[in-house]
Design a protein around this ligand. Sequence first.
Ligand code: ATP
Ligand code: MG
Length: 565
Amino acid sequence: MTDAAAADAAPRDFIRQIVAEDLAAGKHGGRVVTRFPPEPNGYLHVGHAKSICLNFGIAAENGGLCYLRLDDTNPVKEDQQYVDAIVDAVHWLGFDWGPRLTHASDYFRQIHDCAVRLIEAGKAYVDSLSADEIREYRGTLTTPGRDSPDRSRSVAENLDLFARMRRGEFADGAYVLRAKIDMASPNINLRDPTLYRIRKASHQRTGDAWCIYPMYDFAHTISDAIEGITHSICTLEFEDHRPLYEWILDQLDFPARPRQYEFSRLNLAYTMTSKRRLAALIDLGHVDGWDDPRLPTVSGMRRRGYPPEALRDFCGRIGVTKKEHLIGMELLESCVRDDLNQRAPRAMAVLDPLKVVLVNYPAGQTETLVAANHPERSELGTRELPFGRELWIEREDFMEDPPKKFFRLRPGGEVRLRAAYIIRCEEVVKDAAGNVVELRCTCDAATRSGTGPDADRKVKGTIHWVAAHAALAAEVRLYDRLFTVERPDADPSGRDALEFLNPASLERRRDCRLEPSLAALAPGAWVQFERLGYFVADRLDSAPGRPVFNRVVTLRDTWAKLNRS
Ligand code: ATP
Ligand code: MG
């Protein structure tokens, strides 16, 4: 093997390294089984995408299996709407769980039976302390906890009380089932954690079959064991829960022995990744829903027009470590640009139209020019561009009194119209208020792109344009960062994230003029508007012949400048 090939084959991160070593040592019977276990209490975000790519990626790379498991143990916060959105998001990201779509609630019976076994073994007890009392008895990081008076209840009494909890004889909060571990443990998670609580709430899948629900740690560990998960990969906040995970497995004799490994969460600059905080933005009306293109949710990024391939590329490039880090948006955007540069055909659109009249071009005459759809990929073909006496150009491509290095249009100056002619600005027409409303220009007929005798005549600037007689009117939405600071949910000033909302995060341009070929673009299809960026026809708001476009990303990085200022 060459060095380069060896480097390619080397595991990319410490978790893949562990998996490779386990496989080499024949652990877990040579199997690799992972899972992605979201709680259906919100939509998935870019941080979940990282975890999805990691879990499904490791399984795929090692001929293993990955479960998509909905951790639905809290009926009060969960909803079928979220289940559907999660399934949809993982699928859209490009992953397939085959028949392995599961729910913690599929295992409620087995989890219950495990609880009974712990009680029988004297390892769990029913406690009548209130939630506040339990907290108080638990102690602190520096002081040990105290035993609950109920800790010494007999097995028979515990079994009876637990059965009555399950039958619905008690109100919410009257009793909980707790593991009997060690109230003096330096790890607070081991100070007799709650395993079951009473919740008289209908569950979106099991209805009213249960009125007691297992706590996360208990349900999660047993679900992993039932599914034969080999590598249970989660984020660092669960590191302190690992001893409890191990304790639970030690008490129960499942044939499988999953191991838990932790990595650091993805934090993305200028946004936040917490389902709870994202839900608040939606509830308060700061964004238009879970799929708002400004949100880092999977559905928001999809609507924004990020290709799933680009997101997977991003998740690969950020790596997997145990270090806390903040990833810049420029990395995500550069993955999107790299993907769309190949994929997106080119077209012209004018977002802030200024009228140009070609005074020497015969009124009523039109012609059809031809332009390549992609500068490198000739297989993407060509398109027809109608041309005529009246055109739209971008208002900012004209300046009456420009600075030295302005190579676009100025009074008396020349510019090339992309894929068309060189024009000269002869006269500037203004309204009563002094605003420029029209430019009267001449067109040099010999400079027609590709065919004219002076087709190669060079001028400093080339601008985009759209013929007025054939223009398609459309709305274009321009997005900017949602927050004005890098870590809105952890700003050093301690101010609330909402104070840092960017008031200009969405700009709707309702009066744009597009070349007519764009009328045929399907919702969800990508295009590069020359000189302006990559855009996508909005999946929901586009109508036949009346597309609405979202700007996916600008052509060049805009973050570098932002970070310097
Ligand atoms: P949130 O804080 O947004 O509610 P969560 O961790 O409560 O996230 P879960 O539904 O419990 O959300 O997460 C499912 C899986 O995704 C977990 O294994 C979790 O570790 C992982 N995960 C969540 N957020 C991130 C993140 N920012 N980066 C990487 N993995 C994450
Ligand atoms: Mg969670």
